[in-house]
Ligand binder design. Sequence first.
Ligand SMILES: Cc1cc2nc3c(=O)[nH]c(=O)nc-3n(C[C@H](O)[C@H](O)[C@H](O)COP(=O)(O)OP(=O)(O)OC[C@H]3O[C@@H](n4cnc5c(N)ncnc54)[C@H](O)[C@@H]3O)c2cc1C
Length: 331
Amino acid sequence: MKILENYNLKNHNTLGVDCYCDQFAQISSLSDLESLPKDIKITEMLIMGTGSNILFTEDLNRFVVQFKPRKYITVVDNLVVAWAGTPWNDLVTWAINKNLGGIENLALIPGLVGAAPFQNIGAYGVELQDSLVWVEVYNWHTGLYHRLSNEECMFSYRHSIFKYHDQPWIISRIGLDLRSDHPVNISYQPLQDKFAGLSQTPSYKKVAQAVTEIRQSKLPDPYQVHNAGSFFKNPVIDPQIAQRIQRRHKDLPLFETKHCPDQKTSAAWLLEQCGFKGHREGDAGFYDKHALILVNHGSASGQELLKMSKMAKRAVKIKFGIKLEEEVRVL
Ligand SMILES: Cc1cc2nc3c(=O)[nH]c(=O)nc-3n(C[C@H](O)[C@H](O)[C@H](O)COP(=O)(O)OP(=O)(O)OC[C@H]3O[C@@H](n4cnc5c(N)ncnc54)[C@H](O)[C@@H]3O)c2cc1C
């Protein structure tokens, strides 16, 4: 494993931001993991996949470990086991080609398998936690592996135990329960519209294809237009606040949440109401077809993107009294 000094991460984050780190190493195997220095403090380490959910705002005095994309998937005891460096969409494609259901709604989410439990990736009514059985972590201080069950991962909406950053853990593999009799979930309106009039239940492959088409029509390809997907989470709001807002904005979108009795609203809608859809200052802005996507149109710095995100957050707080929370990890 080669360690590079003073390395620029510009090509390793989909927002395309310049950011130098003290040291950088790419890993592609368990033996690479095991050869990492054991004395690095938690605050001095950063584990990365493809950087599709990170905004760098300053240079990092850290040792950055990046999983080199490399597909490795096996079946052990009826569970699908995937190496952290496996591109997430390769795992989805592998599963649907074997007619195994459970993650087809998560097609085309960028990034690697190792990052998926970090924020409990989700889309179109499905989350990773719905099919995940365990997460294997490597403790770089002790050199030991440890398995966390689904419950131990403390999953919730875009959240997990891994976000606390208080353990020297690197996610190395995950085990998923994917089955050929897994019920198809087309409850989300855009999927219902796609399959309207179909008498049979669509196959996992058809669902993944439909999700892919919908995503491609709405979201910019991060390798063409620099972005990190949804910049903020959809906020969960108290029913009284929802009622108050609805008095002035009858079209406030509200939807049920899996994780608590309160309802969620659309962060994209809130940002659009505040005029941020397509808003741009220099090279920092929000996508013109989707207000939730912070975009680097060229050579915006991390600080400029951060400033734009803070401006949007403040505007939503003033207009609606709602505090947006970042989905993207800001460093
Ligand atoms: C266009 C676009 C659309 C997107 N759509 C969705 C979506 O629909 N749903 C969704 O949930 N997300 C979505 N995302 C966000 C992103 O793709 C996911 O969060 C993805 O899981 C990040 O993968 P990554 O490999 O790029 O991780 P990175 O961005 O490199 O890392 C993300 C976080 O995970 C940690 N991490 C990464 N690998 C490991 C590891 N092996 N061990 C421990 N920690 C690790 C990092 O430290 C970091 O905090 C989208 C992003 C883009 C650009």
